[in-house]
Design a protein around this ligand. Structure first.
Ligand code: ACM
Ligand code: ZN
Length: 522
């Protein structure tokens, strides 16, 4: 099999090689991709040792391509720029960073339309350069949705001009929880250092990231998590919460009782103001409103929330979240956006617009009743099943093989039509360095690209692992090194066995163990 990840639909290797050095003449359709190719292959204009021709062929499906590498000539057929671009990405992998590629013929197209990666920049902040490095890797892997988790209890990371405190104050926390080590004693460890001063993206930087991604056919989906996970914002503007009391940006991880008060009109205005500014920066089709882990404790005690429930004729507090979701979805629709939220938004699905997309991350009870019902009503799901794809967990618990086995049938044998696509998230509570981020993320993102792109009948884990091993040099050259095989196979044994997958404390201890063993070898 040719060394390409994700595996193409159909690939035939032929005798011989085409050497293109830096004397290749690029011509034909798809101006943007052709000029990207010139940059990428660093060609000398006018050189004609070999030729690369882009041809428009409307019989090819959207994002698909045909790539023919013959002696002296490389031909790319596609119906859109994205398909042509993906042919170029395949070519880059085939070259392995060298100046020749094997003669071959490849026909290819994606399995799913939505192929996502999420990065949490709220818990720990990642520089513009790091974000771009990951976006570039995504493009090379033919992934197309970068979900940018920009706010959470522990930090607000996107400049909002109307609410300057969000980044001036909301980006900073007094200290950081290191790990929930003492699950026997209940004691937490914290460092004693302020974190986050200046750690936010200016609107100019966000626009720059969006442009960088667009050049690589990637849409950036901003996430502002609401009405829960809002402590950093409430610390700046206490009136957003039910009690209106002064609180600090959270220094602990987990789920917080303090959430937005959905009984106050001002909260809806605040959320819409944020949406206004971000929609101006992010031109894509989707906007993520989070919606996960929303304890209803405060709402139950709040006269304003209770009055809102009564006024709108809502059944209960879940329905109040559903009402809030609908208000946001309606507003986003006016702006031409489709709303996405984590699967908890389905708790009030009976009153929700099925144009909203639900991102499935954790099992609802009763065999995913809510997700199945949503799909049967015509609603769409993006799959991020925690026990297959969460990258903040140790390889010991989640080796690549497990991630590779992620399948739409986890949501029932007939789930297909309801699945818009898949996304692999990286949460960074316990990831404090870029090398640790790389260790946990790069091999899994590469693996997941094949889950998103490659037709079911073409998937083969053993073959994937061979291609991954043979592509190490290529990923090194792109600045995205893959950790050793014995780590991604989960062979670095922790000093105890995890017996209960719910003991998150142990997961993070295992990650730390793997990191301790590996960090000097990466
Ligand atoms: C999540 O992991 N709370 C979506
Ligand atoms: Zn309230």
């Amino acid at each position: 099999m040719l060394n390409v990840i994700p595996a193409p639909l159909c690939a035939k290797e032929r005798e011989g090689k085409v050497s293109f050095g830096n004397r290749i003449k690029i011509s034909g359709a798809f101006e943007n991709t052709a000029s990207y190719a010139k940059k990428m292959l660093a060609c000398i204009e006018g050189g004609d040792d070999s030729k690369m021709v882009f041809i428009q062929d409307d019989s090819i499906t959207k994002e698909g391509y045909r790539l023919c590498v013959d002696k002296g000539k490389i031909t790319v057929f596609a119906s859109d720029e994205t398909g042509a671009f993906y042919a170029l990405m395949t070519l880059a992998q085939l070259s392995g960073g060298e100046s020749s590629v094997p003669c071959c013929e490849i026909e290819d197209k994606p399995r799913y339309a939505f192929r996502g990666f999420m990065l949490d920049s709220a818990r720990h902040f990642w520089s513009v350069e790091t974000v771009k490095r990951y976006i570039d890797l995504m493009a090379r892997l033919k992934m197309n949705e970068f979900h940018f988790h920009l706010s959470d209890d522990q930090g607000w990371r996107a400049e909002i001009k109307k609410y300057p405190l969000l980044t001036e104050k909301g980006s900073i926390r007094r200290n950081t929880q290191l790990a929930l080590y003492g699950y026997n004693t209940g004691k937490e460890e914290h460092d004693d250092k302020e974190y986050g001063r200046g750690y936010y993206y200016t609107q100019e930087q966000l626009r720059d990231i969006v442009a960088f991604a667009a050049e690589r056919h990637i849409e950036v989906i901003p996430e502002i998590d609401m009405p829960g996970h809002m402590v950093a914002a409430i610390a700046c503007y206490p009136n957003l919460s039910c009690r209106g009391e002064a609180i600090e940006v959270s220094t602990r991880w987990g789920v917080m009782d303090n959430i937005l008060c959905c009984g106050k009109e001002g909260v809806y205005e605040f959320a819409k103001d944020i949406i206004d500014e971000l929609c101006d920066i992010f031109p894509g089709r989707f906007f993520h409103i989070g919606g996960d882990e929303v304890p209803k404790k405060r709402w139950k005690e709040c006269p304003l929330c209770q009055a809102k429930i009564k006024k709108e004729g809502l059944k209960d507090e879940n329905a109040l979240q559903g009402y809030f979701n609908n208000e946001m979805a309606k507003y986003l629709k006016i702006k031409g956006k489709r709303m996405i939220g984590w699967n908890e938004i389905l708790d009030a699905q009976d009153i929700m617009d099925t144009d909203i997309v639900a991102q499935w991350w954790v099992n609802h009870s009763a065999g995913n009743f809510q997700e199945k019902k949503w799909m049967s009503r015509g609603g769409k799901i993006v799959m991020s099943p925690l026990s297959y794809v969460y990258m903040n967990h140790p390889f010991h618990l989640r080796p690549l093989k497990k991630t590779y086995s992620t399948d739409e049938r986890l949501l029932g044998k007939d789930a297909g039509q309801g699945i818009l696509g898949l996304e692999i998230p990286q949460w960074t509570e316990y990831i404090r360095s870029e090398k640790k981020l790389d260790m946990l993320t790069i091999p899994r993102l590469i693996t997941f690209s094949e889950v998103c792109w490659t037709a079911q009948e073409r998937k083969d884990y053993a073959d994937f692992e061979n291609r991954l091993e043979n592509s190490r040099g290529y990923f090194d050259l792109t600045g995205c090194p893959v950790c050793p095989q014995y780590l991604y196979r989960g062979k670095v044994k922790p000093w105890y066995a995890v017996t209960n997958a719910l003991k998150q404390a142990l997961w993070y201890k295992d990650v730390d163990y793997e990191w301790k063993i590996m960090k000097d070898r990466l």
